[in-house]
Write a protein that binds this ligand. Structure first.
Ligand SMILES: Nc1ncnc2c1ncn2[C@@H]1O[C@H](COP(=O)(O)OP(=O)(O)OP(=O)(O)O)[C@@H](O)[C@H]1O
Length: 362
C-alpha cells in the first residue's frame, strides 16, 4: 500500500445559494505529502476537502488525482478515502464488520474482506478488540478503527476532517504523533482539515492557510511561520506583532513607514510607493529589551502588562502609536533584568526581523 497521488486543484469554487464558500482556489499537493488545510471556522476548508472527496459537488473548476480528472466521479471511484470528524462508525457492527464495510459494498466475498479487515485492525494495533462494538472503545481506539476503515480500500489519498477534535488534550497529542507515523509509513497523501495552527505545524509538510474562501499562503510550516505572506497569516499563526502604517520612503533596502497615529519605523522590503498603506510583522521572540534601537528598528514604550509563562515571560508594551506590542523573552533574561509595570523600556530588533506583508484582499 504505497501508491500515492498528487492532488491538483484547479480554480475550484464552491457556491451554496448566495454564499461563495470557496473562491477559485488553485493548489498542487505533491504525492506523499502531509497537507493541512488550516483556517478559522467558515473559511471553506471542509468544503474544499469534501470536494476533493466527492462528497460535495464542485461548482466550477477541476480536481485531478494523479492523472485522472475526478471532478465528476463518485467518492468510491476517486481513489480517496475520508475519515470523518465523528468517525461515523456503525454502532451495531463489530470492529471487523465496521472496517470491512466498504469492501462489502464492493462485493468482495466475506472471507476475503474479513481477512483484510483484520489486517487493517492489526496495522492500527486493534486486532485484540476485533469482536467489540464501537461503544466499547475509548475515543482514541475509535479513531484507530475509523482510520482502519478508511484505509481498507488502499486509497491514494486519505482525507481527514478535524480528526483529532473529539479527543481530550492528552490523547490529541498522542494520536497526532500516530497520524504522522502512519502517514510516513504508508507514504500516501494525507489532507487534514484543522483550525489549530499548532496541530498543522506539528504534522504538515505543506500548510495551506485559508481565509474567506481563499488561500492566503501554501508553504512548508517553517516558511509560513518565518515568512508569513499576509497580515492574516501572521495573526493567525500567532507570535507576530502585526503593525499597519503608511510608507514615507525607501532607504538602503528598507521601507520607512509611519505607524498610523504614531512613530516612524522601518521594515525589510522594496517596491513600495510613498503613501501606500502596508502591514509589517515583527516576531515577538526576536525583540530585545533594554537596548537602544537603530533608527526605525525599535522604539521606547511603557510596560502595560507582564505575564509569567514558565520558560518565557510575555510583556505588553505601549508606544510609537502601537497599543499592544508583544515581547516574549526567556525567563532567565527577564529575571536577570526585571522590568515593572509602567517602566519605560527601549525595544530593538534586527532589520531582517521586520518584514513587509503582502495582501491578497484589496
Ligand atoms: N451545505 C451548506 N449550505 C450552505 N452554506 C454552507 C453549507 N456548507 C457550508 N456552508 C457555508 O460555507 C462557508 C464555508 O464552510 P466550510 O464548512 O467549508 O468552512 P470551514 O472552514 O470548514 O468551517 P468549520 O471549521 O466551522 O467547519 C461557511 O460560510 C458556511 O456557512
Amino acid at each position: 500500500m504505497s501508491k500515492a497521488a498528487e492532488i491538483d486543484i484547479v480554480s475550484v469554487s464552491k457556491v451554496y445559494g448566495m454564499t461563495t464558500a470557496v473562491e477559485a482556489i488553485s493548489l498542487k499537493i505533491p504525492a506523499g505529502t502531509y497537507c493541512c488545510l488550516l483556517g478559522p471556522s467558515g473559511c471553506g476548508k471542509t468544503s474544499t476537502l469534501r470536494m476533493i472527496a466527492g462528497h460535495e459537488s464542485i461548482s466550477s473548476g477541476d480536481v485531478r488525482l494523479g492523472n485522472t480528472v475526478v471532478t465528476d466521479l463518485p467518492p468510491a471511484k476517486r481513489g480517496t478515502a475520508m475519515m470523518f470528524q465523528s468517525y461515523a462508525l456503525f454502532p451495531h457492527l463489530d470492529l471487523v464488520d465496521n472496517v470491512a464495510f466498504s469492501l462489502k459494498m464492493k462485493g468482495v466475498d466475506k472471507e476475503q474482506r474479513r481477512a483484510k479487515a483484520l489486517d487493517m485492525l492489526k496495522l492500527m494495533q486493534m486486532e485484540a478488540y476485533a469482536t467489540r462494538r464501537p461503544a466499547q472503545l475509548s475515543g482514541g481506539q475509535q479513531q484507530r478503527v475509523a482510520l482502519a476503515r478508511a484505509l481498507i480500500t488502499d486509497p491514494e489519498a486519505l482525507l481527514l476532517d478535524e480528526p483529532l477534535s473529539a479527543l481530550d488534550p492528552f490523547l490529541k497529542i498522542r494520536m497526532r504523533a500516530e497520524l504522522k507515523k502512519l502517514q510516513t509509513s504508508l507514504g500516501i497523501t494525507f489532507v487534514h482539515v484543522t483550525h489549530s495552527q499548532e496541530e498543522a505545524m506539528a504534522l504538515a509538510d505543506l500548510i495551506v492557510v485559508m481565509n474567506d474562501g481563499r488561500i492566503e499562503q501554501a508553504a512548508p510550516p517553517r516558511e509560513v511561520f518565518e515568512r508569513p505572506a499576509t497580515a492574516f497569516v501572521a495573526r493567525f499563526m500567532g507570535d507576530h506583532n502585526v503593525i499597519s502604517g503608511r510608507v514615507t520612503c525607501e532607504r538602503d533596502g528598507m521601507v520607512v513607514f509611519d505607524v498610523n497615529g504614531g512613530g516612524s519605523l522601518a521594515a525589510c522590503g522594496r517596491g513600495q510607493e510613498a503613501g501606500a498603506s502596508i502591514d509589517i510583522a515583527i516576531r515577538t521572540d526576536h525583540v530585545r529589551i533594554g537596548e537602544p534601537p537603530s533608527p526605525g528598528l525599535g522604539f521606547t514604550g511603557i510596560v502595560s502588562n507582564i505575564e509569567y509563562r514558565g520558560a518565557t515571560v510575555k510583556l505588553s508594551i505601549t508606544g510609537a502609536g502601537i497599543d499592544d506590542f508583544t515581547v516574549i523573552i526567556d525567563d532567565s533574561d527577564f529575571f536577570a533584568r526585571p522590568v515593572a509595570l509602567g517602566d519605560a523600556v527601549p525595544l530593538a530588533w534586527d532589520s531582517e526581523d521586520a518584514i513587509v506583508l503582502g495582501r491578497i484582499h484589496s
